[in-house]
Ligand binder design. Structure first.
Ligand code: TYD
Length: 208
């Protein structure tokens, strides 16, 4: 089920690919065009979500893979119910940094829990809500690492994972996009930010 009133756009990709920058640029363009935009993110788009985010990203020590998947799903269930669906029902545009494809890529492929199980968990958590459009920013792992290092922030639990983990995540995102080409726009995140923003705008325009 996608949305019938508003428009639900998600940005996906590995760590350090520039999702936040592109989400902000799209928000500005749509706001300038007179649309009401809710820009949000997972994990951590609600007060409950901020608490969950702290556990999944900063807990020192082990978190069992299934527990990790459930924590992301719990964050998502609350966020979709209390923030995203109400905004869509009001006819607004929701621009969201990460959604269920992140769980399929990170928990399903990265933690090897399996694509179908993790996707079904998120679909159950959200009552089956799928985005109208998902922008996948794809970047090779070396370039992404260079950007993360330049950020000068300590790595969180997921960012600190091995290269093989991030390679599985990237491959899974690309496989998801190939399986649902009508929902995904895949862009080369190495392109300049303004070129990426134009490509995103061109794809969003007919959906408005
Ligand atoms: P994000 O907020 O994009 O990180 P940052 O603020 O550092 O840019 O995402 C936090 C991390 O959570 C990121 O490494 C990806 C991971 N993640 C999952 O593993 N599963 C999920 O379902 C989501 C939404 C994120």
């Amino acid at each position: 089920m996608t949305t019938d009133a508003g428009l639900f756009i998600t940005f996906e990709g590995g760590d350090g690919v520039g999702k936040t920058t592109q989400a902000a640029l799209l928000e500005r363009r749509l706001t300038d065009a007179g649309r009401t935009v809710v820009r949000t993110r997972e994990p951590g788009g609600t007060e409950v979500g901020v608490l969950i985010r702290d556990i999944v990203l900063h807990h020192r020590g082990e978190v069992a893979p299934r527990a990790e998947a459930l924590l992301y799903a719990a964050d998502r269930a609350h966020h979709i119910d209390t923030v995203v669906r109400p905004a869509l029902a009001r006819g607004e545009v929701v621009i969201q940094d990460r959604y269920l494809d992140s769980s399929v890529a990170y928990q399903g492929a990265g933690r090897v829990l399996g694509r179908e199980e993790v996707r079904d968990l998120s679909l159950w958590a959200t009552g089956g809500l799928l985005p109208d459009l998902t922008v996948l920013l794809d970047l090779d792992l070396v370039a992404a690492r260079v950007r993360l290092d330049a950020d000068d922030k300590p790595f969180d639990r997921l960012e600190a994972e091995r290269e093989s983990f991030h390679a599985r995540v990237r491959e899974e995102f690309l496989a998801l996009a190939a399986a649902e080409p009508e929902r995904f726009l895949v862009l080369d995140a190495a392109l300049p930010a303004d070129e990426l923003a134009t490509a995103v705008r061109d794809r969003v325009q007919p959906l408005l």
